[in-house]
Design a protein around this ligand. Structure first.
Ligand SMILES: *Cc1c(COP(=O)(O)O)cnc(C)c1O
Length: 425
């Protein structure tokens, strides 16, 4: 399989090149040149398959020129090493929990797969690489966990001092060896600016092989197809409606590709917070990016979602509007459904899953069959919001253990020279 750029269909890169480059030089996004088809009878006995076997069948055609079967199998065993349980919320509506990985969010899947692919590729090149990541809190944890103990790759995470939650901070600062945390005395934009400056520093780049773990890397987005198959293992070959809480639309785009491969998804429903550019497009046909608005589902605060380019590349505008129904909700409505579902159904949604659930319920008013909402994070990651719903202690044991660990970080002013010095030593 080769990959082209959404801005240049003639470009051809291998999987390995697309992963190592992250973004095409023309500022488009890499896309697979074709969507492989699963055999028509694949879903006849889907209930007998497990998630790792499915991951292998689904991902192999996308990577086979650059990873042999044994390498792919090892990467899959490590990436899909936790469960994706389906919890009944009410009637025909279920939550597919994607948060049982190391950083309690679905981003663990993509980050781990990317880390393990890079490990294989750098092993062959016999080179070392430094990954630079600026985080406002959430993504950094998934990247830190994914790259810890990965050979030949060092990770430097920049986060704004005092601006991430205690649990998030511990997720960034408790790894030793190859994952280093820089606590920047500034805000997220300052962190991002320092990283950008490093990428533009040609002298630094001659001394150090630097790369990013960007969320639009194909190796982060392709493995997200796999958990869409999990509800079908339980319910068999029955068309399902799937609601996806969305921000940058990588998760939903992965679902659309799975559907194109043959997954019998009846309907996709996109749930957005007040950053509602895609639902507005689906309803009106006009795509108007807006400045980002802060909400309580902050991992979905994206005013101009990058993966919209990928969706438009896969389908015509008419097809998109048919395949996806989109709804947007306020923080008040989000908090209200969290309270209602907790008190009436004894299920605690996180703010992102809650937005998805609102969208699912809205769509189901005029539809039938089973509905699934993707629960993208554990509610313990958003205690400031969850405290308004319950004072119950919901921290998983592993998170309690994490909170007891000692934080290791290097404090730094917003100073490029100091950052550069830290990198080249
Ligand atoms: C990143 C994130 C999302 C949004 O996913 P996209 O692929 O950017 O649409 C939703 N929920 C949580 C918890 C996230 O971390």
């Amino acid at each position: 399989m080769n990959y082209y750029s959404t801005k240049n269909k003639e470009l051809r890169k291998s999987f390995k090149e697309a992963v190592m480059e992250g973004l095409p030089a023309d500022n488009g996004l890499f896309m697979p040149e074709r969507i492989p088809q699963l055999p028509l009878d694949y879903f006849d006995n889907i209930q007998d398959k497990n998630i790792q076997d499915i991951a292998f069948d689904v991902l192999k055609p996308f990577v086979e020129e650059d990873l042999n079967d044994e390498q792919l199998e090892t990467i899959i065993q490590k990436t899909f090493s936790f469960d994706f349980p389906l919890q009944k919320i009410e009637d025909n509506n279920y939550a597919l929990e994607l948060f049982h990985g190391p950083s309690y969010a679905f981003k663990d899947v993509g980050a781990t797969f990317l880390a393990l692919c890079l490990e294989e590729f750098f092993k062959v090149e016999k080179e070392k690489c430094t990954i630079l990541v600026a985080t406002s809190g959430d993504t950094g944890g998934a990247v830190a966990a994914a790259f810890s103990k990965v050979e030949n790759i060092e990770v430097v995470i920049l986060y704004p001092s005092g601006k991430v939650s205690e649990l998030q901070e511990k997720q960034l600062t408790t790894f030793d060896e190859n994952v280093k945390a820089l606590e920047i005395e500034g805000d997220f934009d300052d962190c991002q600016q320092l990283v950008k400056q490093a990428f533009l520093d040609s002298d630094l780049r001659q001394k150090l092989n630097i790369s990013s773990a960007n969320s639009i890397n194909v190796a982060r987005f392709l493995p997200q197809m796999v958990y869409y198959f999990a509800p079908f293992i339980k319910f068999g070959n029955e068309p399902l409606t799937i609601a996806v809480p969305s921000g940058n639309y990588g998760n939903l785009t992965a679902g659309l590709i799975a559907q194109k491969m043959g997954l019998p998804v009846k309907q996709f429903v996109a749930g957005a917070n007040r950053n509602d550019v895609v639902p507005r497009f689906l309803n009106s046909g006009n795509y108007e990016p807006k400045p980002t608005i802060q909400t309580i589902s902050n991992a979905m605060d994206v005013g101009n979602p990058s993966n919209f380019q990928r969706m438009m590349d896969l389908f015509s505008e008419e097809e998109i509007r048919e395949k996806i129904k989109g709804f947007a909700f306020s923080d008040e409505a989000t908090l209200e459904i969290m309270k209602k579902v907790f008190s009436e159904k004894d299920y605690l949604l996180d703010p992102h899953g809650a937005v998805g659930y609102l969208a699912l319920k809205e769509f189901m008013k005029t539809s039938e069959g089973k509905g699934i909402v993707l629960e993208t994070a554990h509610p313990c990651k958003f205690m400031d919001v969850v405290q308004k719903v319950t004072d119950k202690n919901i921290l998983p044991e592993s998170a309690q253990a994490l909170l007891k660990k000692e934080k290791k970080s290097v404090k730094m002013k917003v100073d490029y020279e100091a950052f550069r010095e830290f990198l080249v030593g």
